[in-house]
Design a protein around this ligand. Sequence first.
Ligand code: NAP
Length: 358
Amino acid sequence: MKEVNIILFGVGNVGNTLISQLLENKDKWKKKKGLSVKIPVIANSQRAIFNPEGIDQDWKEKLKTSSEVYDLEDIIKFSKENKLENIIAVDATASKDIVLEYPKLVRSGFHLVAANKVANTLSDEFYTELRKELEVHKKHFYYETNVGAGLPIVQTVQGLHQAGEKVTKIRGVFSGSLSFIFNSFSDSDSDFSEVLKKAGELGYTEPDAREDLSGNDVGRKLLILARELQLKKEFKEVKIQSLIPEQLNGKTSVEEFNERISELNEIFEKQKKNQKKDHVLRYVGELKVGSGSLEAKLISAPRESALGQIEGADNIFEIYTKSYGNHPLVIQGAGAGAAVTARGVVSDVLKLSQRLNK
Ligand SMILES: NC(=O)c1ccc[n+]([C@@H]2O[C@H](COP(=O)([O-])OP(=O)(O)OC[C@H]3O[C@@H](n4cnc5c(N)ncnc54)[C@H](OP(=O)(O)O)[C@@H]3O)[C@@H](O)[C@H]2O)c1
């Protein structure tokens, strides 16, 4: 029996669902794959619970009542003392603090799986250093859910690139929240502010919707894909069109922003009206390999085009390569949500496990 030990950071939407998926499937993996997956440590920003045999269904109650304030050294020490093998640190937080500890985790013998995008969007220097550490210590790092949640985007781009296929352009709708907002707004007579409110109610946007409207998340995903193609880029080089009008930017509180969202209506109504016939608004990311340009922007696309036809909160990725010519490889589907994201993390854990010898 091969044993894999998961140290989980973050038990929010994704982490919580991930634990359920792992616990639901562990007996099946034992029987069918000869793989025993345990979760000996789970941690949020305050507390952790430790059990060398792995946590069980009652973990929530235990974490709530745990008084175990921890730091990373405690986790590393616990792993050594209990001789845990094949340790995978799974990062289901959005924290930079944890990411800055990745090199130390790798040096301490941990593999990495991250839903957190931060490690791949800090400086090129950090990105390169982390990969050097991974190589020196023969450790693996999987992060498929960084782009397109559960959709196989990172692995497809990596696979094409490694096989020697020349990827020329990647374009698409990379944000579930902006997808929902513009798909709904284009197809209804509702005001932009009503659509934005609905997106919030359905849990598509962050509590401060400006995080979505800033376009930064799309910019980060562009950067991650560019780096997969060995383009040396920094986040500040991504050209990002923010959809937040200047008067509602930065200085206004979330509450004030929410009270004043009707100020967005005229801006977007005008853009909707100024389009050619049978066109719809879409917020897209576009990466052109030849010129090295990375751009996130609002465009008007023909309704009949692949971009124009997407619905709900779907993502779509068009991958143009030399061999595919003008007919890109297209990957489309839910690009956000706890269930699909956690499933993507599980898939990374299983792929990583397959590469471990014992
Ligand atoms: N949700 C999606 O559809 C989706 C899709 C793709 C990728 N992702 C990525 O997945 C990650 C998690 O998303 P989420 O929606 O699950 O977030 P979330 O619900 O906000 O949960 C974040 C979790 O991280 C914990 N945390 C924060 N700082 C920490 C630290 N320093 N050490 C340990 N734990 C810490 C939080 O603990 P406290 O409660 O104690 O603060 C919380 O349990 C994010 O990076 C997100 O970008 C999400």
